[in-house]
Design a protein around this ligand. Sequence first.
Ligand code: HAM
Length: 422
Amino acid sequence: MPYQTVKGTYDLLPDTMIRFNMLSDLFRQFLNLYGYGEIKTPVFEFTGVFQKENDTSDMVTKEMYTFSPNGKDSLTLRPEGTAGVIRSFVENKLYGVNELPVKLGYIEEMFRHERPQKGRQRQFTQMGVECIGDKDPLIDAEVIALGYFFIKTIGLQGVKVLINSLGDSESRLGYRKALEDYFGPHKEELCFDCQNRLHKNPLRILDCKIDSGKELVKQAPKMVLSEASAEYFEKVKHYLDVLGIPYEVDDRLVRGLDYYTDTVFEVVSTNEASGSQATIFGGGRYDDLVKEMGGPQISGIGFAIGVERLMILCEAEEIFDIKKTLDCYIINLNDDKDYALAVAEELRNNSFSVEMDYYKRSLKAQFKSSERKNARFVLIIGEDEVRDDVVTVKDTLTKAQETVARNELTDRLDQLMEDYYE
Ligand code: HAM
């Protein structure tokens, strides 16, 4: 085959796009229900938007598609949505013109140079939200609620919410020190990357793909939250209880990106169809990202859902398994196509989806097409119909057939649809 998709990328063909669009439509409804506006940021940004000094995450240090088209600027295809949205929030001074918190949602493609496998691509789509402004446990719970109830509305089974608190900077400083002291004498037992992480960001060792299974890491000390962070976390859990969201506290959940503070969470699937990539979505609070991007000291919280992982689960659970349908298929039995063409356009002007035969094939072949296309009505146009200015309508559900005057056709089709569903 001369040309193929690049490894880790894929085509979304029309049948799959039906499910993709249904998920996108539902997500947009949820954005609306919770007061979020939709935002689109550029696919590529200056590399510095994603890469901060001392960044230790795999995503930033190993997986970014970075290029320099002019040999001067360093640009990067966005590996995630949060950084670009915060760049936009700061650049457009959204905090100055809007009431806080500013609530933004997105459905966008992301790019990471990861090892592809089921549920892990190099180009993938995230549906995400960022709620930027006030820091309040109620907001944390509401953001988790948006994602959780979206997933529940889809109807997925076996969904689990994991939450944890990484604490405020005071708690984290103490924890970093405790981890450095603990891992320091065992440095040689850690992988090459974790040896580097030890002094830059020892928390990262806890979710290292290589080291996290080792007994040394499993026995590592646990985070001790400051009084303020502990109280904050208790309130988040309280509001989740009020909302009726079941959760498990997972004190090993640290998330793969460096900007998180206090609340972090993931929603995982227990359905074996998701394979090793069970995390449907993840997110958390970030106290310092807006400031780091040049804005005021404003906190934010958000999450992103991996759409491809959702699609795998929906397919396994036969959710949104819908075939394309057509309102009318026109069978034309005349050499002259003018009449059929005009009828098709009249119907489309009245919001009926219509396809017609282009080639004057046999009646049988045209009927076959109407079946393949799932047409609700087959409209037959022969010499008699053109002469009498009528159309023969066959209802594929009731199997009834009748002749209808052309100027009454749309009303009659509406009527037949209504009658059927009454
Ligand atoms: P993340 O955990 O890196 O967080 O990604 C969120 C979700 O995107 C994952 O749970 C997964 O479903 C999906 N995902 C990530 N990488 C891939 C991949 N290579 N192939 C397919 N799906 C993938 C973030 O990106 C944060 N920006 C989330 C966030 C928003 N935190 C605060 N606000």
